[in-house]
Design a protein around this ligand. Structure first.
Ligand code: A4P
Ligand code: MG
Length: 206
C-alpha cells in the first residue's frame, strides 16, 4: 500500500473556494497520487500574523508514491501556480491565496526545518484538527496523540463548518492548474467552479 499523507489546505485571498477546488484537482493530478478523502470546508479566524481576512480551510488525505520531499516540492509548486507569492520580505503567517501544509506523512517524525513532521503547529490549530476529525474520528497526530483529545482540549473557537461550501473529488484528466491565476481572483463563492457537489470521499484504486 502506498504511504498516506494528511494535508491541510487554506486560502484567505481571492476566490477562496475556487482556489481550494483547483488545489484538490492539482494534487489529484500529481504522479501516482490519489486524493482519498476531502473534509468539509471551514471558515476560520486567522491565527497569528497581521490583521487579515478569514480563511477557508480543509483537510485532504492522500495516498502517494512521492517521497516526503517530493510531495513538499510538488505542493509548493501548486501554491505558486495559484498565485502564492513567497518572498524573503513577506510577513510570516500573512494572507495567501493558497497554503498547503503537510500535517503528517506515513507517521514519520522529522525535526528538519525544511520539512518538519508532523507539522509543528498542527496540534494547536483547530482549523487543522476539526476537519481532520470529521474525516477520521480515530486519527492520531504522531508524537502528540489522538486528534479527538487534542481538539477537545483546544475547543472549536474560531472555526465554523460551512455546509454550503463543498469541495468535489478531482476529475480525471484535468491538471487543475489555472492557465491564468487571475481567473481565480473573482468572487466565485459560494459554490466555486462547477458549483456544490457531494462531499468527496474517494476509494483508492487497487
Ligand atoms: N516546512 C517545514 N515543515 C513543513 C510542513 N510539514 N509542511 C517549511 C509544509 N511546509 C513545511 O512555509 C515556510 C517553510 O516551512 C517552507 O519553506 C517549508 O520548507 P511557507 O509555506 O513558505 O510559509 P508560511 O506558510 O507563511 O509559514 P509557515 O510557518 O508554514 O506557516 P503555517 O504554519 O503554514 O501558518 N490561520 C487560519 N485560520 N488558517 C490558516 O490556514 N495558516 C497560517 C500559515 C497562519 N494562520 C492561519 C492559517
Ligand atoms: Mg505553510
Amino acid at each position: 500500500m502506498r504511504p498516506r499523507a494528511v494535508l491541510s489546505v487554506g486560502s484567505n485571498l481571492g476566490d477562496r473556494l475556487g482556489t481550494l477546488q483547483g488545489c484538490v484537482q492539482a494534487i489529484g493530478a500529481l504522479p501516482d497520487t490519489d486524493v482519498l478523502a476531502i473534509s468539509p470546508v471551514y471558515q476560520t479566524a486567522p491565527v497569528g500574523g497581521p490583521a487579515q481576512p478569514d480563511y477557508l480551510n480543509a483537510v485532504l488525505i492522500v495516498a502517494t508514491s512521492l517521497s516526503p520531499p517530493g510531495l513538499l516540492a510538488a505542493t509548493q509548486r501548486i501554491e505558486a501556480d495559484f498565485g502564492r507569492v513567497r518572498s524573503p520580505g513577506a510577513e510570516r503567517f500573512g494572507p495567501r491565496t493558497l497554503d498547503i501544509d503537510i500535517i503528517s506523512f506515513a507517521g514519520l517524525l522529522s525535526d528538519d526545518p525544511v520539512l518538519t513532521l508532523p507539522h509543528p503547529r498542527a496540534h494547536e490549530r483547530a482549523f487543522v484538527l476539526a476537519p481532520w476529525h470529521d474525516l477520521d474520528t480515530a486519527a492520531s497526530l504522531p508524537g502528540r496523540g489522538p486528534v479527538a483529545g487534542l481538539l477537545a482540549g483546544l475547543g472549536r473557537g474560531g472555526v465554523r463548518r460551512q455546509p454550503d461550501l463543498v469541495l468535489r473529488p478531482p476529475r480525471p484528466e484535468d491538471p487543475g492548474v489555472p492557465e491564468d491565476p487571475g481567473v481565480l481572483r473573482g468572487s466565485g463563492e459560494p459554490g466555486g467552479p462547477g458549483g456544490p457537489g457531494e462531499p468527496g470521499t474517494v476509494t483508492e484504486a487497487p
